[in-house]
Ligand binder design. Structure first.
Ligand code: SF4
Ligand code: SF4
Length: 103
């Protein structure tokens, strides 16, 4: 017998209970200010699986109205977890100085 895999997108309410707090300005300001690498999503390849959203330890990834993940770079710490867990590997970690040069 083959196990059926539920591929429907999940909401936070469907997930196991875990600690969760929204990012906010702390005593030292926005926590993304000292980041050296930042994630860049290739939306052409993103399949809306929400794996990045589920695993981000800073809870700075939200899902927009079309189901795509959006990263709040004011608070993203550049840990790279989202890039590591993304199944189609469509998140690239870019050096901050390189990102400014590309824009
Ligand atoms: S780099 Fe880390 S903190 Fe930033 S969005 Fe990815 S998982 Fe979250
Ligand atoms: S893990 Fe990758 S494919 Fe899945 S929603 Fe995030 S960016 Fe898109």
């Amino acid at each position: 017998m083959v196990n059926e895999v539920n591929t429907e997108p999940k909401k936070r309410a469907d997930m196991p209970k875990t600690s969760y707090s929204k990012p906010m300005v702390g005593a030292t300001g926005e926590t993304g200010s000292w980041r050296t690498f930042s994630p860049r999503i290739d939306y052409e390849r993103c399949n809306k699986c929400r794996t990045c959203w589920l695993h981000c330890p800073e809870a700075v990834i939200s899902i927009d109205d079309e189901g795509f993940p959006r990263i709040d770079l004011d608070y993203c710490k550049g840990c790279g977890t989202c890039a590591q867990v993304c199944p189609p590997e469509c998140i690239e970690m870019i050096r901050e100085s390189q990102e400014e040069a590309d824009d």
